[in-house]
Write a protein that binds this ligand. Structure first.
Ligand code: ADP
Ligand code: MG
Length: 527
């Protein structure tokens, strides 16, 4: 009797688990060498031949095509981490890989559900320890958080210039709520521009669009801008059905064209009567309408990205209008200035002095596309880390210091729990040491020696000792000013534990036929 459809592939028990673990570990190994300031970069080439050079775990995992379902689960950890904190993706993935490796060794003797239960207990205790070890933040350490987050990326040379900009940006967009400070990293816009050098990156209070005004007859700058935001085109409305207009006499053609012209004229008049002197349109603007707008001295930009329109709405207080005919003064937003600025071959529209100051932009410069792209990723990580550190007000020493501390104290805790779970908690403690171990390896240290030094320092109660990437072995991370946000570490630990438990609990993989490699979207199962 067949229960499963013919051709279905099935793997069960140890085999299934072991394959899943191998696939997950392969992902962790792919990013391991990029961890920390001494991590190496990867060059990724896609099927179109486009090249990305990066050290960013999330970017690497995003670019590579993975088919194995368990491997995909690990990649999701990186995505979760990136969304929650904007930093710590490599840490989360490397940790998940280590947890699975130690679980595999243990699975000979301990049942998977016991291991996952032990891991859960260990993770809970570990988070408590991280909270106990956390320090309060101040203005100075905030900048060090930004620097630490940048340290591992290609453009870390520019940290001196970029870190203070990140801190300023985060503080500018921070909002005080009844629950404390809150920062939405989306309020900080990053715009890249090739040319110049990363040192010339600047913080602009307001919004930058990589767009020019549509007509050279329009003013180049507008003071006290009154801004209309449209998500419909300024064009003659196309008839719904394909209509054919039969024109039999030249006068009729003229009337027809006159009619088009006056329709556009009316739209522009409405905009003017509402009091707008700037128009940002998400869609197209008819040539004739451009001409009319220019004549009225209105600055107009077309085909503005939807996300930029939404940004502008928040920053200027404008409401987005879908029906130009009903545009009124109330729909308009304001800003001190709207102006066009040119950098090299690129033209931008700057919208500055907005009523909502909580909107800032970083204009990233850089010699080549690769440099600006990696600078952008570096900034994203630093903005993420700095935002959560500022919002929570809690940080931890970096360089694997808290990981060693957690490992040490988990081994004590394991003894109190006893049973099979004790073994799982000890395995967890061994696994979490992968972070200092990898930092040491990537820095070219003797990893075993460094771990021994770290453990002995922590046993003496020196809880802030971590991997010294400059020197030979260990150093005080508080003195070296290497700080990570508490939330980044805690989230990495939690999501790594989650995915390791998920993978461990699977002991049966049933894959339908046809989910094979001939599937074009690459989003498929393949064994
Ligand atoms: P992730 O994607 O996990 O953020 P990174 O490559 O950014 O990975 O590396 C982060 C790790 O590097 C953290 O554990 C952090 O403490 C460590 N780190 C950063 N700067 C230093 C430094 N100067 N000395 C030691 N460790 C550092
Ligand atoms: Mg990082």
């Amino acid at each position: 009797m067949y229960i499963l459809k013919e051709g279905t592939q099935r793997e069960q028990g140890r085999n299934a688990r072991s394959n899943n673990i191998q696939a997950s570990r392969a992902i962790a190994n792919a990013v391991r060498s990029t961890l920390g300031p001494r991590g190496m970069d990867k060059m990724l080439v896609d099927t179109m031949g486009d090249v990305v050079i990066t050290n960013d775990g999330a970017t690497i995992l995003d670019e590579i095509d993975v088919q194995h379902p368990a491997a995909k689960m690990v990649i999701e950890v990186a995505e979760t981490q990136d969304e929650a904190c904007g930093d710590g993706t490599t840490t989360a993935v490397v940790l998940a890989g280590a947890l699975l490796r130690h679980a595999e060794d243990l699975s000979e003797d301990v049942h998977a559900t016991r291991i996952t239960r032990g891991f859960r207990l260990a993770a809970q205790r570990a988070i408590e320890i991280l909270h106990e070890e956390a320090f309060d933040i101040d203005d100075e350490t905030l900048e060090h958080v930004a620097r630490t987050a940048m340290a591992s990326k290609a453009s870390s040379d520019y940290a001196n210039v970029l870190a203070p900009l990140v801190v300023d940006a985060v503080q500018a967009v921070a909002e005080t709520t009844p629950h404390g400070e809150s920062v939405d990293p989306d309020d900080i816009q990053i715009v890249t521009q090739q040319g110049g050098s990363v040192e010339e990156t600047e913080l602009v209070e307001g919004i930058i669009l990589s767009k020019e005004r549509v007509h050279s007859g329009m003013p180049e700058s507008i003071q006290e801008a009154r801004i209309a935001l449209l998500d419909t085109p300024i064009e003659i409305r196309e008839t719904e059905v394909d209509a054919q207009i039969q024109i039999t006499d030249p006068n009729q053609l003229e009337t027809f064209l006159d009619e088009e012209e006056s329709q556009l004229r009316r739209i522009v008049d409405t905009i003017k009567e509402a009091g707008a002197n700037v128009v940002f349109c998400q869609k197209g603007i008819d040539d004739l309408a451009q001409h009319f707008l220019a004549k009225e001295g209105i600055y107009a930009v077309r085909r503005v990205k939807k996300s930029d329109i939404q940004h502008l709405a928040r920053a200027t207080g404008a409401s987005i209008t879908s029906d130009v005919a009903s545009l009124t003064e109330e729909d308009l937003g304001q800003s001190g200035w709207v102006e066009e600025r040119r950098f090299g071959d690129d033209t931008f529209t700057f919208v500055t002095e907005c009523p909502d100051a909580r909107s800032v932009s970083l204009l990233v410069r850089g010699g080549t596309e690769h440099v600006t792209q990696e600078a952008e990723r570096t900034l994203e990580d630093a903005i993420g880390a700095t935002s959560v550190a500022f919002a929570d007000g809690a940080i931890l020493p970096g360089g694997g210091a808290p990981d060693i501390e957690v490992a040490l104290r988990l081994r004590e805790y394991a003894g109190k729990i006893g049973g099979r779970e004790q073994l799982a908690i000890e395995a967890f403690a061994d696994a979490i040491e992968v972070i200092p171990r990898t930092l040491a390896e990537n820095a070219g240290h003797d990893a075993i020696e460094t771990l021994v030094d770290l453990r002995s320092e922590h046993e003496k109660g020196r809880t802030t000792i971590g991997v010294d990437i400059e020197g030979r072995s260990v150093a005080d991370m508080a003195e070296a000013n290497v700080w990570d946000p508490l939330r980044v570490k805690a989230q990495a630990l939690e999501s790594a534990t989650d995915v390791a438990s998920l993978v461990l609990r699977i002991d049966d993989v049933i894959a339908a036929q046809g989910f094979g490699s001939d599937d074009e979207d690459g989003d498929d199962f393949d064994f």
